[in-house]
Design a protein around this ligand. Structure first.
Ligand SMILES: [Zn+2]
Ligand SMILES: [Zn+2]
Length: 618
């Protein structure tokens, strides 16, 4: 035991010494980097079979390396090689799709090699086809496959803390291992060294974060690229014009729904500046196959791998989404994720996390186009398929207080359903979405967070329940009324039926698109709604039950005034009923609301996407 500890300690000491030793190094950006061959198999490895959409479905022959294969991407003037290692593994995917791939990179220097990431949890046989054996095999072979006299040993670094890139970390306990200081876990193995752009003191590991890894005549520096994870780290090999970015920039599309998107804009802008001197920069993401997946196989992208233009496109897209110049659309996965596209860039984000927590959105409004324009066969979740039933020109808009309203455009006119809380710029924002032409507004109730925008829409006709809106002439909305917007893009009548709810509120039913606009009538979907039924649970339940006799089975999607998700299932209404019944029966366990301090909530049993919670009257 103490012997093992001693070995680890001396390994670490040697690694740190190597890092701090001054190394004669001349950075010469003018040198042209070695050409990259993305698909040249490393001798001894087996090729992939890809389907029409770009998924790998199998290996081309029986594969002694199990889930792994490797490509020799380049050899520089010093004879240092860069290898792409792929791991494919079964993953529950929609019909017809292939295996999920995750990518690692192996960089040789004069004195040691660096393995970037360790991929997924693997099905492998120890010392036969596990990741460490794969790496050792590559390092022990010349590029023609013959044995190498003096194979390099290797150190390991992670790009970020997600399990599909750290799955074999446990095998690498016997060597220096660089792990992101800002993703550091509570319990870290003894051989881990914190790494962070800029380096410096840290409370993790030995107390000092390193910022670069010297492989001998090949220096790898770090770049901070949050917020895919807080510690997301890019490894830049400036001399060879390569950036290994993990998932920080995505591999064709980046996931930054954890937010803030504003931080992603900072990251990509900084990266664009930092790499300005490297026009031939190759960017290597950690799910390499995605660069040539689905629609990206076609012109104008033609499956192009990551390059410096990709970083510029990502930065411009992030800026466009934040400023509102580019409007996102419903993403193929999830019921709240939104994505935007610009040239080679795609960003997956959420309206709820575009800005740092507590910051005021600027500009105040952001929209989602529903449904997505992505090819139908790529819409893999039930809610995305349901959203495809919407044939109207339709957007969800989120305002600065988290309030949500909608805009529905028909051939005759456009209807704003809600007008938000009144932040400036509403008219220009809506006109940017729907163009000119007649615009009317419908309000489902007197909520000031939905009538605040009316003062900016002085010429628009406003429908509202009688007496709901003070100080503005409105056209009364009552049960049985129909608002006729003409026809939708499929030529179907676009008509909204007014379904009365209670004395002061109505709901609107888009009959052919099968959407229900509930305003504030149905509370807020979620485990912490902060919502209390008006008039008490029993009285409210009676109103709900009555309303359901007229609306059940007539809609597939439900929108409320406080949910930024672009899909809420009608199953939520059942959940609401269940939570109400529990309050009425009494004795149900209550939890504390975090969004409304002091409020006790009773929850239904459903999953996160349908669960209802009801505030209990004290
Ligand atoms: Zn990730
Ligand atoms: Zn990943």
């Amino acid at each position: 035991m103490s012997g093992l500890f001693h070995d680890r300690a001396s390994l670490l000491a040697a690694a740190l010494l190597a890092l701090t030793a001054s190394v004669a190094y001349s950075q010469n950006a003018a040198t042209s980097p070695a050409p990259i061959e993305y698909f040249r198999l490393f001798p001894g490895f087996v090729g992939e079979i890809k389907n029409e959409e770009g998924w790998t479905t199998a290996f081309a022959a029986s594969n002694p390396w199990g889930q792994y294969t490797a490509y020799l991407m380049s050899t520089n003037a010093r004879g240092q090689r860069t290898i792409r290692i792929e791991q494919y593994f079964p993953y529950p995917r929609a019909e017809g799709r292939g295996l999920q791939g995750t990518t690692m990179y192996l960089l040789e220097g004069r004195d040691r090699a660096l393995l970037i990431d360790t991929g997924n949890p693997a099905t492998a046989t120890d010392n036969v086809n596990d990741l460490k054996t794969v790496v050792r095999y590559i390092l022990a072979r010349e590029s023609d496959g013959s044995p190498k006299a003096k194979p390099l040993d290797f150190v390991v670094a992670n790009t970020h803390s997600h399990g599909d890139h750290t799955g074999q970390n446990f095998r690498m306990w016997d060597r220096p291992f660089y792990y992101m200081d800002l993703d550091w876990p509570a319990l870290a193995p003894a051989n881990w060294v914190p790494i962070r752009a800029g380096g410096g003191p840290t409370k993790n590991g030995g107390g000092t974060a390193v910022s670069e890894i010297d492989l001998g005549d090949r220096k790898i520096t770090t770049v901070a690229i949050p917020p895919h994870t807080p510690g997301s780290t890019g490894y830049l090999d400036a001399e060879n014009q390569m950036l290994f970015s993990g998932d920080a920039l995505g591999s064709a599309f980046v996931w930054v729904q954890g937010g803030p998107l504003a931080r992603y804009l900072e990251s990509t802008r900084r990266l664009a500046e930092l790499t300005a001197a490297y026009p031939k920069l190759a960017v290597f993401g950690a799910h390499f196959y995605q660069y040539a997946l689905g629609p990206r196989r076609e012109a104008p992208i033609n499956g192009r791998p990551g390059d410096r233009q990709y970083i510029l496109d990502q930065a411009e897209l992030a800026e466009g989404l934040l400023s509102g110049k580019i409007v996102g659309e419903a993403y193929e996965v999830g019921r709240e994720l939104v994505w935007g596209t610009l040239r080679s860039a795609q960003i997956v984000y959420s309206l709820a996390t575009m800005y740092p927590a507590g910051a005021t959105p600027s500009p105040p409004y952001h929209a989602v186009r529903i449904p997505s324009s992505y090819p139908e066969q790529w819409q893999i979740t039930p809610w995305q398929k349901t959203a495809l039933g919407i044939k109207a020109d339709f957007h969800l808009i989120r305002g600065p207080k988290g309030e949500v309203f909608h805009v529905l455009k028909g051939s005759k006119k456009t209807l704003l359903i809600g007008s938000g809380s009144g932040a400036p710029g509403l008219t220009a924002f809506v006109r940017q979405l729907v163009g000119n032409g007649p615009l009317e507004v419908a309000l489902t109730d007197g909520d000031p967070d939905q009538s605040g925008g009316l003062s900016q829409l002085s010429s628009a006709r406003v429908y509202a329940p009688a007496g709901a809106i003070k100080g503005r002439r409105t056209t009364p909305l009552k049960a049985g009324d129909v608002i006729d917007l003409g026809v939708d893009k499929a030529g179907r009548p676009l008509r909204l039926e007014v379904q009365g709810f209670d004395a002061s509120s109505v709901t609107l039913l888009d009959v052919n698109d099968r959407i229900l606009f509930a305003g504030n009538a149905l509370g807020v979907q979620g485990a912490d709604s902060g919502w209390t039924p008006p008039g008490g649970a029993a009285a409210y339940k009676a109103v709900l039950t009555q309303w359901r006799t007229r609306t059940d089975g007539r809609y597939d999607i439900l929108y409320t005034a406080r949910n930024h998700q672009w899909f809420t299932s009608p199953a939520y209404v059942d959940q609401l009923g269940q939570a109400l019944d529990r309050v009425i029966a009494g004795g149900a366990p209550a939890t504390d609301s975090r969004i409304k301090p002091g409020l006790k909530l009773v929850k239904s049993d459903g999953a996160a996407d349908v669960v209802a919670s009801v505030g209990v009257q004290p």
